[in-house]
Design a protein around this ligand. Structure first.
Ligand SMILES: [Zn+2]
Length: 316
């Protein structure tokens, strides 16, 4: 806080670092807007928001930047996902992998589900996994999102749409960034459940583009596995395939490049290591792929936009 105050005053700007709530409010805006320091720009952080303005949670970029500072943000995720991993651990590795993929894919395709639809999906799962999803992943739709007795779902991603001046807007950022608002089904709000905010952040938002890529590759005849071996990578092209793919939508290519160079994760198990940037992100941030590639020099990871990935992998 003191450093923010000093930096802003040095730049001839008002002091927003002295009061925590004022500072947190600034953190929902891109750093370049309220902390226009040369060091921020050089680190590629101008477009980075530290707090998600919709959910009031630290963004993935904020978590990356605070890595090594005794992460309290990591804990939040651990609590939500520990029970799920625990429920899987009682099964054989193959079954656990299959359940993991089935649950995560369902979650990404159904950010909002009717009770009936959820129960129908859960019926095929073992009871411990079933209980975990039903009790911890989904919650009743908040009243603030409901217009009267009904709610309208997005025609693309099935998330709830919220009213704003000019019409309805899909609440999935990765969906709204790619598509014009497309209202789909309107359903009784009391029947609907939606994902809790940790799942929306860690699974749904990145998952929208992961599914988009998977569907386009599958349409070209590829055997696509989502989240193989309980999320070793986001997707690969079948058992024993040389191609492993991770998709990331960080607003800073420099932050992303540095992170993958230090921690390539499951990609290192593959011969062809692809880092996929959603098309909307590559359009939004100038020279995204060139910038992330410059940070990855010397690594085996190749960065591509989603559309270029589909072209490069071609038909199976
Ligand atoms: Zn949507």
């Amino acid at each position: 806080m003191a450093l923010v105050s000093r930096a802003r005053l040095t730049l001839g700007l008002s002091d927003v670092g002295a009061e925590i709530h004022q500072l947190l409010a600034q953190c929902t805006k891109p750093l370049g807007e309220w902390l226009p320091l040369p060091a921020v720009k050089e680190a590629g952080l101008n477009a980075v928001c530290l707090i998600d303005a919709e959910d009031y949670m630290p963004t993935l970029e904020a978590e990356e930047l605070s890595e090594g500072f005794g992460g309290m943000t990591g804990l939040l995720e651990e609590q939500v996902f520990a029970a799920f991993q625990d429920s899987l651990s009682k099964h054989s590795a193959k079954d656990a992998n299959d359940y993991y993929t089935a649950v995560r894919t369902f979650v990404v395709r159904n950010p909002v589900a009717t009770r009936k639809q959820l129960l129908k999906f859960l019926a095929a799962l073992p009871s411990a996994v079933w209980a975990c999803i039903e009790q911890q992943f989904y919650e009743p739709l908040p009243g603030a999102l409901v217009a009267g007795e009904t709610a309208t779902l997005c025609g693309h991603c099935n998330n709830v749409m919220t009213a704003q001046p000019g019409g309805l807007r899909c609440m999935t950022a990765a969906c709204a960034a790619e598509h014009a608002a497309t209202p789909g089904r309107t359903l009784p709000a009391a029947d609907l459940l939606r994902l809790n905010r940790s799942l929306r952040k860690y699974w749904l938002e990145p998952g929208i583009d992961e599914i988009r890529l998977a569907d386009r590759l599958a349409a070209r005849g590829h055997t696509v596995r989502m989240y193989p071996n309980r999320d070793m990578v986001d997707l690969d092209l079948g058992e024993g395939s040389p191609v492993g793919i991770d998709l990331k939508a960080y607003s800073s290519p420099e932050l992303l490049g540095e992170r993958l160079r230090r921690r390539p994760g499951g990609l290192k198990n593959y011969k062809t290591q692809l880092l996929v940037i959603p098309d909307w992100m590559a359009r939004r941030v100038p020279h995204y792929v060139e910038r992330v590639s410059a940070c990855l020099e010397g690594s085996s990871i190749r960065a591509l936009t989603l559309s270029d990935t589909v072209e490069v992998l071609g038909h199976a």
